[in-house]
Design a protein around this ligand. Structure first.
Ligand code: UD1
Length: 429
């Protein structure tokens, strides 16, 4: 019902602050289950995926208390409920982390098959392979994944595909297993390192996170911890591209420059100026944007979650760019919407060919998933005229106070509720 209305064409100028990382927070929150004492998480982003994760914990019997806007205290000791029902799990992909965390702590878990963005086939076979290797019995019936283990035992786990979710779930399940677990062909994303650091701060023994071999020596007890979630690499990259697309000059703050290297190096190729500082990065444009090719890959490759945003930037560049999606089967749902704004993009399977058009024009569009929505925001900010973006609940899953943050750097963006839709809803109820 809510939509973003953007009057485009304003250069973004000034400073913008990045929140905690969605993909780290949604794993760290279930990880608290593994601990025998309360934990405090700081730099928690204000996004709906976090709200859902916290609600799941609360509904299981945990105490959840916000100490300030971004700090939450969770006491998940002594739960009696090991089930995440369909209503909660269907709303976000990351509900699958409750599988690993509940199994790791209680030796049992019952979680509905997860939902999330429609990016094509999203199996969880590698997660189940990891749980089985640790001696858990896994079954899927009536849409629920059931896991049970008398005693989890450390093991060698080779992942057939590089999977962020399966790597994190294997870590969650193995951290209190007996003996040594070795995860090979592990994913290397910054949020994997963050989860390892959080678990280690509770007393776990995890080595190698950030490389493709992670070693976990099981421990019998984890103590409470105070831990700050890493900054969101994808939110930062989205702001960087928004700055470039509007010909702006923006300092993106509260970031880790190393995490942004795959994004910064591509943007430099496109002709964007970038200067890195200790925990901030400046982006400005003083010349034409030029074509480049992009292929998305697991970290440290170019992140798939930045593919829609960089494609949008390349519609504004000179020449023909080729975008190859190397992670997901279907990640070009936003292209039709960009075409409505004047983009010239053709898609064949996992490859998009972008003919730079130099400028876009505002139009009514719909977000089909989270990062597609981010791409439409960037397009709307850069376009001449008014863009209205519907289905923004996708965007709010992963961006904290996005409209307010963008207004601070000069964007003309408002979130409006559609009163007609509200009346229709009321009448239907
Ligand atoms: C996570 C991110 C998502 C990002 C993706 C890739 C979260 C909550 N979401 O998703 O934003 O786009 O990483 O960086 O962190 N696969 C299998 N079997 C499995 C698991 C995955 O075949 O059991 C395949 C998938 O279909 C996909 C590839 O592996 O083609 C990568 O998926 P994965 O890294 O697992 O993505 P998610 O963890 O779901």
């Amino acid at each position: 019902m809510d939509k973003f209305v953007i009057h485009g064409g304003h250069r973004l100028l000034g400073e913008i602050e990045v929140s905690g990382a969605k993909n780290a927070a949604v794993a760290l929150i279930p990880a608290v289950l593994l601990c025998d004492e309360p934990c405090i998480l700081e730099n928690v982003p204000n996004i709906s995926d976090v709200t859902i994760s916290l609600r799941i914990l609360y509904e299981m019997g945990a105490q959840v208390e916000y100490l300030n806007k971004t700090t939450v205290r969770i006491n998940a000791t002594g739960l009696q409920n090991y089930c995440v029902p369909y209503e909660s799990a269907r709303k976000m992909r990351a509900s699958y982390y409750f599988l690993g965390a509940l199994l790791g702590r209680y030796g049992k878990a019952r979680v509905s098959m997860p939902g999330g963005c429609p990016l094509g086939d999203r199996p969880i076979d590698q997660h189940l392979k990891a749980f089985s290797a640790l001696d858990a019995k896994c079954s899927i019936e009536h849409g629920m994944v059931d896991l049970v283990a008398d005693q989890l035992t450390g093991s060698q786990i080779y992942l057939d595909v590089v999977s962020v979710g399966a790597t994190m779930n294997a870590m969650l399940a193995a951290v209190r297993a007996t003996g040594l677990t070795v995860i090979e062909n592990a994913a290397k994303e910054p949020h994997i390192v963050d989860l390892a650091n959080f678990l280690n701060s509770m007393g776990a023994d995890i080595m190698g996170a950030g490389t493709d071999v992670i070693k976990i020596r099981g421990v019998s007890h984890l103590h409470g911890a105070v831990y700050s979630v890493i900054p969101d690499q994808i939110e930062a990259g989205t702001f960087m591209i928004a700055a470039a697309a509007t010909g702006g000059d923006v300092l993106v703050k509260n970031i880790i420059p190393k995490h942004l290297e795959p994004i910064s190096s591509k943007m430099r190729k496109i002709g964007v100026n970038i200067e890195e500082f200790d925990d901030s990065i400046r982006i400005w444009v003083d010349g034409p944007l030029v074509r480049t090719n992009v292929k998305t890959m697991p970290h440290p490759g170019f992140p798939t979650d930045m593919q829609p945003q960089i494609t949008t930037l390349l519609t504004l560049a000179e020449g023909t760019s080729i975008i190859t999606e190397g992670v997901w089967e279907q990640r070009f749902c936003y292209v039709d919407e960009l075409r409505r704004m004047g983009a010239d993009i053709s898609v064949d399977g996992k490859v998009a060919v972008v003919e730079g058009v130099g400028r876009l024009t505002g139009a009514p569009v719909k977000a089909c998933d989270l990062r597609a929505g981010a791409a439409l925001i960037i397009a709307g900010l850069a376009a001449r005229g008014i863009t209205e973006i519907e289905d923004i609940y996708h965007i709010e899953r992963g961006y904290s106070n996005l409209d307010a943050k963008l207004r601070e750097v000069g964007a003309d963006i408002e979130k409006v509720s559609d009163p007609v839709a509200k009346v229709e809803m009321k009448e239907a109820m």
